[in-house]
Design a protein around this ligand. Structure first.
Ligand code: GDP
Length: 197
């Protein structure tokens, strides 16, 4: 699926402007600066072409991309901007909550976690929401090149352990580095299984 052409087709500021769900959908979520753009670029090798805004966290829209009419990739607004105003946070929350809990065709949310920083309260908030709405999600540790492999493994085990009782999480957790390319092929393989053939 990831060899196919990527095209941007919709940006939504509210649920009324979500496009009709015609394809299996995979959404990407995480804190600002977690490496989401870099990961989407590494996965599709075409992100730079379609990316319109490089200020994630400021544009509160959900962006929809068609991958060769086999998958819909969805870029959720980054959260956790220290200087974001309360109303911006509320707007993000509402939009993402609505998307995650009501979206038909949403097969998987990749929740990106920076390997170095681990899970933060807002990551847990999103996890709780996905558990409540029974949305399938998987954890993707990013920037694994930044710390020693043994520490990556330790963080991974801690996170897997902390999610053990959760029902909607898809294990195992994935580990990637967009910089070195480690784990990118494995993640592509896992996500391709969701695509329409
Ligand atoms: P986004 O805000 O989540 O879209 O994050 P970006 O993809 O823009 O990345 C944020 C910062 O992290 C940038 O300075 C990237 O160069 C850096 N970055 C992203 N992925 C990696 C990675 O795999 N390894 C390293 N070392 N840095 C990364």
């Amino acid at each position: 699926a990831f060899r196919n052409k990527l095209t941007f087709f919709a940006a939504a500021k509210s649920s009324s402007s979500f496009p009709p769900p015609e394809l299996p959908e995979i959404a990407f979520a995480g804190r600002s600066n977690v490496g989401k753009s870099s990961l989407l670029n590494a996965l599709t090798r075409q992100w730079g072409i379609v990316r319109t805004s490089d200020k994630p966290g400021l544009t509160q829209t959900i962006n929809f991309f068609n991958l060769g009419s086999k998958l819909c990739l969805v870029d959720l607004p980054g959260y956790g901007f220290a200087y974001a105003k309360e109303e911006v946070k509320d707007a993000w929350e509402e939009l993402v909550k609505e998307y995650v809990s009501t979206r038909v065709g949403l097969k998987r949310v990749c929740l990106l976690i920076d390997t170095k920083w681990g899970m933060k309260p807002r990551d847990h908030e999103l996890i709780n929401l996905m558990e409540r709405s029974q949305t399938k999600y998987q954890i993707v540790l990013t920037k694994t090149d930044m710390i020693f492999p043994i520490d990556v493994a330790r963080h991974a085990m801690q996170i897997e352990e902390s999610l053990k009782a959760n029902k909607s999480v898809v294990q195992p957790l994935m580990m990637v580095s967009s910089k070195s390319g480690a784990g990118i092929r494995s993640l592509r393989t896992v996500l391709s299984k969701i695509a329409r053939f």
